[in-house]
Ligand binder design. Structure first.
Ligand code: G3I
Length: 353
């Protein structure tokens, strides 16, 4: 008999982060790229040891999946799914709708007349392709903007221009129809700080989730990206817990969906930088995991070698960043131990999922 998602996540590797998470009914996973899984080196083995769930970092975005309006290329995402499945891991989809990473043909093809059809075809095709095989879907990514001049706070987006503010509800309804078993996630960034900006984003998110709930839209969870900084992130545990508790009051789960900690401005040797990064991992996870509706933690990559951050952030000393649980040689860092400690200290959940 095939193992169900919960049993599969709880399988082997008691020594890896996946085992420490599963022991508390939590899921730990990481973003990967198909190229990195297929490449030489020890990454596949490290993923199998550490991760109970994988999410493609780019392979399910429109720019990769839809080379032409009528063509879908599932190859790279399928390779990640097959690897996850072979190693008893769950699979999470990112992302069905985002204003960014649209294909080059989109701007010249999408109109107010055909956008609804384009979106419907996309969500039906993609969600149906993984029907029953995806633990969750990021249905809409980064829809809100504290700098928006709109009263609903919606971010500038081709989807907003073409479909109006109802595009978010539409996307969730389509995804639910295509796979009623998948947990449907609204995924958002910049909700972590003790700052006016994060306060506004949290308020916008709660307001959006409340209206979606009131309209009967099938949202199941909030994805909190949690791209943190060792020097700039200010953590207020009470505020974070209050926010996550308010999300729970709406009947929603939470996935910490893209965790990493930048050390672009931490001075000193790698060992000192690793301690500063680990401190933020510990403080953040200790706070959020105290809330029982947080069901999963996903880091945006597993090893520093493949972090997206090195493309966008640079240190004065020219050294690469060290934002993830494993270093470039796949050795466990203080951040790994901070995660392990936070999982071990977390209250028991009823079970993954
Ligand atoms: O694959 C091409 C390569 O063929 C080409 O030579 C190279 C030239 O620059 O570009 C490569 O593509 C890059 C791709 O990452 C793969 O590395 C794109 O330029 C680059 O823009 C893209 O960045 C991605 C970014 O989203 C785009 O916004 C990151 O990998 C990806 O990790 C990141 O993920 C986002 C989440 O989806 C949403 N939340 C924020 C998070 C981090 O920005």
């Amino acid at each position: 008999m095939a193992l169900g998602p919960a049993a599969r996540n709880a399988r082997p590797a008691p020594d890896g982060l996946r085992g420490h998470a599963a022991a508390r009914g939590l899921i730990y996973g990481a973003a990967v790229s198909a190229a990195d899984i297929g490449g030489a080196g020890g990454l596949p083995g490290a993923l199998a040891t550490e991760c109970g769930m994988l999410v493609p970092g780019n392979e399910l975005k429109w720019s990769r999946l839809r080379p032409a309006p009528d063509t879908f290329d599932f190859g790279p995402a399928d390779a990640i799914h097959a690897f996850a499945d072979a190693n008893g891991m769950l699979f999470r989809g990112h992302t069905l709708l985002w204003w960014k990473q649209l294909p080059a043909w989109f701007a010249g093809t999408a109109t107010a007349g055909n956008a609804a059809g384009l979106l419907e075809t996309h969500i039906n095709t993609v969600v149906a392709h993984f029907k029953g095989r995806a633990q969750s879907w990021d249905v809409v990514n980064e829809g809100l903007d504290p700098k928006s001049d709109r009263s609903d706070g919606l971010a500038p987006s081709a989807w907003l221009d073409l479909l109006g503010p109802g595009y978010i509800a539409t996307a969730f309804r389509l995804a639910h129809a295509a796979d009623p078993s998948a947990l449907l996630v609204y995924n958002e960034n910049n909700m972590d700080d003790d700052s006016g900006y994060s306060d506004r984003k949290r308020a916008q998110v709660l307001s959006l989730l409340t209206s979606l709930r009131d309209e009967g839209v099938p949202v199941g969870a909030l994805g909190i990206q949690a791209h943190l900084s060792a020097t700039e992130t200010t953590i207020n545990p009470e505020k974070l817990r209050g926010f996550i508790g308010a999300v729970a009051d709406l009947g929603l789960k939470v996935i910490i969906s893209e965790l990493d900690v930048r050390d672009d401005r931490v001075p000193g040797a790698p060992a000192d930088r690793d301690v500063a990064v680990a401190r933020i991992y510990a403080a953040y996870l200790d706070a959020v995991l105290a809330e029982p509706n947080v069901i999963a933690v996903v880091t945006w990559g597993l090893s520093d070698k493949w972090s997206w951050l090195n493309r966008y952030w640079h240190r004065k000393d020219g050294l690469p960043l060290r934002p993830l649980p494993l270093d470039a040689d796949l050795t466990r860092k203080p951040a790994w131990r901070a995660m392990m400690g936070a999982f071990d200290a977390a209250p028991n959940r009823p079970g993954p999922g």
